[in-house]
Write a protein that binds this ligand. Structure first.
Ligand code: CO
Length: 466
């Protein structure tokens, strides 16, 4: 009998997708011991947007959160999501930063690192995979699932083979937008299982209302592990619900071995947490109702809630539909990148600008330029000369090497730049990823520590578009 593993996402993707990653460490702590006793394959609790949001909005040290979680979760593996050479930021970092970040993540408690590159340019995940293995971590290499004229099942199978050859301990098929349909999932996973001997974990979102069906077909096709979120932070733009999947597979050859009553107890707790976010308006009903538009626009859950909040801040919610329609056009112009951080933010922000300015590419962000210039890596389809000229002015600037080859070691300089804010070795990494945000956070932390009045009351509202 094959036991299906369940990775619980409520501490990371669940709340990232529904409440813009605002769940605090304090709100997590009371549930951790119960969660540790469930028998999950892993608990995803760190990485993704959690790192940025901790410092930027919650005034928390993300490293401290990880250590606190590790202290309570003694038996279950802790998993994080890492954007390859982008780490948890939005650009490529030097190899020394990537290596040190991976080392410190594992030293502070992470067991499994799911590593992806937004363009599926695997040159961008090599350093992180090697570092993870060197530190004794489990390197889960990722294929970002997307559809386009240049993405095929054969192509994804080749990707899987390459990832195995790069040393991956397991594979993740990351369907960040919730567009992987049940029968495609079946064909895709069956093909990969036939040709690559590695455990496969499937990650989807319930955005279009298809996620649970996709999981069922995936399980039938040989998938080993599923990502789910406990009911209070499941469905909508989040994952299929843990309890529903566990109940569905219970007593079959795919039983998860998890106990529904234990899960219910934890969900009862998180329901009280959810109440707060309903009351304060953070949980927008828009992200909770099934949206089949995602099948057309491919906008992932996190991006959808970001677009909503960007447009609300600009008082331009009436442009929502127009922006959604502009997203796939910008994506085609950019060579069909999968929409996932950071490409989702780049494409999303550019789509917002194209609509709000009333003319396409009248205003171009520096990230759009970097993407076109090849600074994020190779796009699935080459970008047309016409778009390159329009955005860069000249074709000469485009690069084709692994982008990080052009970045000199950064850590020593970062340490010098930080002058005085060090409380722990890890601070240099927080600073390397988000210099501005980290500096403000360090000031706040210092003020708190010494009981000094701090003038950072407006901290939360400073940065809007990322
Ligand atoms: Co996700």
């Amino acid at each position: 009998m094959k036991k299906i593993g369940i990775t619980e996402t409520i501490l990371r993707d669940g709340h990232q997708s529904l409440i813009a990653t605002r769940m605090t460490t304090e709100e997590m702590l009371p549930a951790l011991e119960l969660m540790d006793n469930v028998g999950y394959n892993a608990i995803e609790c760190w990485g993704g947007a959690t790192f940025d949001v901790c410092m930027r909005f919650l005034k928390e040290d993300p490293w401290d959160r990880l250590r606190k979680i590790r202290a309570s979760v003694k038996n279950t593996k802790l998993q994080m999501l890492l954007r390859g050479q982008n780490l948890l930021g939005y650009k490529n970092y030097a190899d020394d930063v990537v290596e040190y970040f991976v080392k410190k993540s594992i030293a502070n408690g992470i067991d499994i690192i799911r590593i992806f590159d937004a363009l599926n340019d695997f040159r961008n995940i090599e350093t992180a995979i090697d570092a993870c293995k060197k530190e004794g971590g489990h390197a889960q290499a990722t294929i970002c699932y997307t559809t386009s004229p240049v993405h095929t099942i054969d192509g994804f199978v080749e990707d899987a083979k390459r990832l195995k050859n790069m040393g991956a301990d397991s594979l993740c098929i990351k369907d960040m937008a919730g567009i992987l349909l049940p029968y495609t999932a079946y064909d895709l996973i069956k093909r990969i299982k036939e040709e690559v001997d590695l455990p496969i974990e499937l990650h989807t979102h319930y955005t279009a209302g298809t996620g649970s069906m996709t999981y069922l077909k995936a399980v039938e096709s040989g998938c080993d592990i599923l990502d789910t979120a406990l009911t209070p932070f499941a469905l909508g733009t989040s994952q299929p619900a843990t309890e529903s999947i566990v109940a569905t597979l219970s007593g079959t050859e795919f039983d998860t071995g998890l106990d529904l009553s234990k899960l219910g107890e934890i969900s009862n707790y998180f329901s009280t947490v959810k109440e707060k976010y309903i009351k304060n308006g953070t949980l927008d009903s828009k992200v909770m109702s099934p949206d089949a538009n995602v099948l057309i626009y491919q906008v992932p859950g996190g991006m959808l809630s970001n677009l909503v909040s960007q447009l609300k801040q600009q008082n331009a919610m009436d442009k929502y539909k127009e922006v959604l329609e502009e997203v796939p056009r910008v994506r085609e112009d950019m060579g069909f990148p999968p929409l996932v951080t950071p490409s989702s933010q780049i494409i999303g922000t550019q789509a917002v600008l194209n609509v709000i300015m009333g003319e396409r590419y009248k205003m171009v962000t520096k990230e759009t330029k970097a993407l076109v210039r090849g600074e994020y890596g190779k796009t699935p389809k080459p970008i047309s000369d016409e778009i390159i000229e329009k955005i860069l002015g000249s074709k000469e600037e485009v690069i084709t090497c692994r982008p990080a080859n052009r970045i000199m070691p950064e850590l020593d300089n970062m340490r010098k730049e930080m002058n005085g804010y060090f409380e722990q070795d890890e601070d240099v990494l927080s600073y390397a990823l988000f210099p501005g945000v980290a500096t403000e956070f360090f000031k706040y932390r210092q003020a708190e520590k010494y009981g000094i009045e701090s003038d950072f009351t407006d901290f939360e509202n400073k940065v809007t578009i990322v």
